[in-house]
Ligand binder design. Structure first.
Ligand code: GTP
Ligand code: MG
Length: 212
């Protein structure tokens, strides 16, 4: 797939860590904003990272909050826009597409995740040489390689997820991010360097998957 431009599409349920992953890919030491209740990405955003196009999308299944100035898109509107973006980059001579479905291990994998996955899969899945799919488990900065392998095993044991992995060849990757709290811990030197090492390991593994 040499000389083709890589297009990364980040999808998943709201608050699962799509935007954080984008930021960590750009800067491994990025510290995300602290947790909030509502979705923050309101529209599709496209970034260029060293020639790679990264498309961040609003998450599905968020609650509609009226206090926000910007109206939230409905799930169907989001799916439509993501599908249009996918079509825009679908020329296999020019692009290779990497679709990353983000799960958060923070709250576990929910029914909403599986429902969202099914909807995205319907509009984004094509068995084509220039398109790859992977799940990413976010919030993994405090898991070493062995623990991540254990998580991967757990994920592949799920009846629904197993189908995607075995039949449609979805891969499994991990991501993590630094956190404000990590910097305020006492005697935190070792913990800090451990978290950063894990963030970097996950990031390197993902970049390798995307670029090859
Ligand atoms: N520690 C840690 N926190 C994370 C990670 N990913 C996300 N977070 C936290 O979760 C919050 C929500 O993550 P976002 O990246 O905004 O999630 P999103 O999927 O872009 O959310 P929407 O745009 O609302 O759909 C962040 O502000 C962080 O506080 C991670 O890998 N590690
Ligand atoms: Mg976001």
């Amino acid at each position: 797939m040499a000389n083709k431009q890589t297009v990364l599409i980040l999808i998943g349920k709201s608050r699962n860590g799509k935007t954080t992953l984008l930021n960590v890919l750009q800067d491994p030491e990025h510290v995300p904003k602290s947790l909030s209740l509502f979705s923050s990405t309101k529209s599709i955003e496209e970034k260029n990272m060293n020639g790679m196009i990264i498309i961040d999308t609003p998450g599905l299944c968020d609650i509609n909050h009226t206090s926000s100035k910007e109206k939230r898109l409905t799930d169907n509107e989001i799916l439509k826009q993501v599908s249009n973006k996918f079509q825009e980059y679908s020329d296999p001579k020019k692009y290779k597409i990497v679709v990353l479905y983000i799960f958060s291990i923070n709250g576990g994998i929910l029914t909403q995740d599986k429902e969202s996955l099914k909807k995205y899969h319907e509009i984004l899945y094509k068995k084509q040489d220039n398109i790859k799919y992977s799940f990413v488990l976010s919030h993994c900065e405090n898991f070493d390689e062995e623990q991540r392998n254990e998580l991967k095993q757990q994920l592949s044991n799920d009846r629904v997820i197993k189908e995607y992995i075995n039949k449609h060849e979805y891969k499994v990757h991990f991501s993590g991010a630094m956190n404000e709290d990590y910097y305020t811990l006492k005697n935190n030197e070792d913990a800090l360097s451990f978290y950063l090492e894990m963030v970097n390991e996950c990031r390197a593994d993902l970049l390798n998957f995307m670029q090859n």
